[in-house]
Each structure stands twice: as structure tokens, then as C-alpha cells.
Write a protein that binds this ligand. Structure first.
Ligand SMILES: Nc1nc2c(ncn2[C@@H]2O[C@H](COP(=O)(O)OP(=O)(O)OP(=O)(O)O)[C@@H](O)[C@H]2O)c(=O)[nH]1
Ligand SMILES: [Mg+2]
Length: 341
């Protein structure tokens, strides 16, 4: 029996089981996701990325606590997904501020899942997409996705989010870590955490400098989500008028003390409102689903084709390629046109 039904009814055990199926990319997991998909698209997905040790987990925990104890209005259901591409072990990414974690434990309105790499990074990104969809369908209104920001894989995972926080901390070196990885470009809100440490001003000033270089440049927004797709995303989407520019605010926090968290939550809410108002949310959704569709298409087509071609034919093509007898493109043409004759 599919786990989709109990998951929709709020059964947390079923949810945990389903997430494992999704991580293993099992047939049951795929089927359940098919059933759940119509129930997705309601959660606010918040990506939290930055160099190792900047305080991402601590911030995520405090944000979760904040959403659970909103000063006004009912508490929100919060899910935390911690993704650690570098580690085959789970748990590392999520520990953070242990004391606060204890505050979250036992709260049924919070669900925490830690994911580690099982081989390919592409697989991890795909599994994360599925896990987030399941949590969204399960009714979590806020989904915080923590990734250790180092490279393209993290950027891809961050693309999942509606609002991406890039976390910096003073004293991590002369350079601002995230900029080296090109991560500033995906930031919707910049956070200078560890504001109790010396050097906050320097970090903040450096970030401000980078922002001034980057803005106002409308192309950042227009290019933001359109690469890696098979088709053109801009022309038939929302009109190609540039949305009003969102300049990422810089928020100071002291995660371990919970300082600056309400202000950070406010900036996050403001960004969400902004992308809703400008149509950017719909554009991002569409663009994201398009990349997912393209990735799945690519994967399925290759798998289907591989099943029809013999290993010898493939090896032969590779052999000819290595000997420079044919070009890579010619090898592809030969293989696709039914092997080597
Ligand atoms: N002084 C100070 N220390 C902090 C602050 N926030 C986090 N820390 C400490 O910094 C260390 C790393 O915090 P984490 O929250 O685990 O950082 P992280 O970015 O999730 O780390 P990874 O997941 O390993 O990349 C811990 O020892 C925290 O207690 C802060 O605002 N001020
Ligand atoms: Mg962490």
C-alpha cells in the first residue's frame, strides 16, 4: 500500500518511511510521490547555505523555534532538511546548537531530516527534491533546507528554494567564502552570523561592496533560474519585463543567542511577499519544474536507450573515439543510429 494516504493524514511514521523510500529511489517511493504531487506547492521553501561552520544549523534551529512560537498568529508547521553532500554519514550537518535542538525535539510541529550523499551528487539533488515535495504535501508550511555551500551541487540544491539565505561569519579568512563559490548570486538575504565576533563590520562592508557591484543588474534576476534547461524559459513565461529589483538585505545575527532572528524572519517574509507580488514566484516555480522535467527526461531517455544498445557497440564506439578515429559527436551519431556497422 502506498504511503501517500497516511502521509496526507499527518502520519509522521509513514512520512519518515516514505522519505527513506524516496532517498532509495524505490518504485514505491516514486509512486507515492506521483500521488502526492497535486498536494504540493504550498510550502515556503527556504534555503540556508554558506561555508562550513558559519552557523547554518544554529540559525535553522532558531528560525524553526521562532516559527513555532510566533508572537502573532498560529504556529507554523516546520520541516528541516539538512543536506550534507560531502559526508556519507547523516547527522553532521544538523547538529548545530544542541541546546536549542532539545527545544525542538518532542515538538510534533517540527520534522527534521538529515540527508547525506549516497554516491552521486545529482542523485542527492533529485532525492532532496523528492523529500521536499513529500514534506510540502504533508502540510509543512515552512521548509528549511540547509546545505553546506561549496560548489555547484549546493547551488543546485539551493535552486529548490523560494528564498535563499547565504550565511557568512567574520574571521573565516580574508575573502568572503561564498563569493568564491559564486554563491552570492543566489542570495536573497545575506546573513552575517556570529555578530558577537570581531570583524563583523569588515565582513559586512565586503558584502555591501559586492552587492553594489552586482546591483542594479536586472540580468541577475532574469538569468537566475534559466540555465540548465532544455528549452527557452524566458520568452513564453511571465512577460519579460524586469521585476522590480530585489536587493538582498544584510542581516546581522548571533545564532547561538537567538539575536536578530525576528528581524531575519521578517526579511524572509518580505522576500516571499516580493516574489509573490512581482510574479517572480510563479516564474521560479515554473523554471524549477522545467529543470526537474528536463533532468528526468534526460535520465529516462538515456536509461531507455542504454537498454537497447549492446555493451560491445558502446565499447567499440569508445575504442574508436580513444583512437581518434571518430569524434565524440560522431560516436554519438553512430550509437544513436543503431550501432556501428
Ligand atoms: N560566537 C558564536 N558562535 C556561533 C554562532 N552561531 C553558531 N556558532 C557556533 O559555531 C559553530 C558552528 O555552528 P553550526 O550551527 O553547526 O554551523 P554550520 O554552518 O551548520 O556548520 P556545518 O553544518 O558543519 O557547515 C558551533 O560551535 C556554534 O555554536 C554565533 O552567532 N556566535
Ligand atoms: Mg550545519
Amino acid at each position: 500500500m502506498s504511503l501517500a494516504h497516511p502521509v496526507l493524514e499527518g502520519n509522521r511514521l509513514a512520512l519518515a518511511r516514505l522519505l527513506t523510500q524516496i532517498e532509495n529511489d524505490s518504485e514505491e517511493g516514486r509512486e507515492a510521490l506521483n500521488e502526492l504531487f497535486p498536494h504540493t506547492g504550498r510550502a515556503h521553501l527556504i534555503g540556508v547555505t554558506g561555508a562550513p561552520g558559519t552557523g547554518k544549523s544554529s540559525l535553522v534551529n532558531h528560525l524553526a523555534l521562532y516559527y513555532r512560537r510566533l508572537p502573532r498568529g498560529p504556529a507554523r508547521q516546520v520541516a528541516i532538511v539538512a543536506v550534507d553532500p560531502s559526508s556519507p554519514f547523516t547527522g553532521g550537518a544538523i547538529l548545530g546548537d544542541r541546546v536549542r535542538m532539545r527545544d525542538l525535539a518532542g515538538d510534533s510541529g517540527v520534522f527534521i531530516r538529515s540527508m547525506a550523499s549516497r554516491g552521486s551528487l545529482g542523485g542527492l539533488a533529485l532525492a532532496t527534491t523528492g523529500v521536499v515535495q513529500a514534506l510540502d504535501a504533508a502540510g509543512f508550511e515552512i521548509i528549511l533546507i540547509e546545505t553546506v555551500g561549496a560548489g555547484q551541487a549546493e547551488v543546485d540544491i539551493a535552486r529548490l528554494a523560494h528564498t535563499t539565505l547565504v550565511i557568512e561569519a567574520p574571521g573565516l579568512g580574508d575573502d568572503i567564502q561564498a563569493i568564491k563559490a559564486g554563491i552570492l548570486e543566489i542570495a536573497d538575504v545575506l546573513v552575517v552570523n556570529k555578530a558577537d565576533r570581531p570583524g563583523v563590520e569588515i565582513t559586512e562592508r565586503a558584502l555591501r561592496g559586492m552587492l553594489q557591484l552586482a546591483h542594479p543588474t536586472p540580468h541577475i534576476f532574469r538569468n537566475h533560474y534559466r540555465d540548465h534547461t532544455l528549452g527557452d524559459t524566458l520568452s513564453e513565461n511571465t512577460p519579460a519585463t524586469d521585476p522590480i529589483i530585489w536587493v538582498p538585505p544584510i542581516q546581522r545575527t548571533i545564532a547561538i543567542e537567538g539575536q536578530g532572528i525576528p528581524e531575519l524572519a521578517k526579511a524572509i517574509a518580505k522576500h516571499y511577499q516580493h516574489i509573490k507580488n512581482t510574479g517572480e514566484l510563479r516564474r521560479r516555480e515554473r523554471s524549477r519544474l522545467r529543470s526537474e522535467l528536463d533532468n528526468l527526461l534526460r535520465e529516462s531517455l538515456v536509461a531507455r536507450w542504454r537498454a537497447t544498445v549492446s555493451q560491445e557497440a558502446y565499447d567499440q564506439a569508445l575504442h574508436n573515439l580513444v583512437r581518434r578515429e571518430i569524434s565524440p559527436r560522431q560516436a554519438v551519431d553512430q550509437l544513436l543510429s543503431g550501432g556501428l556497422s
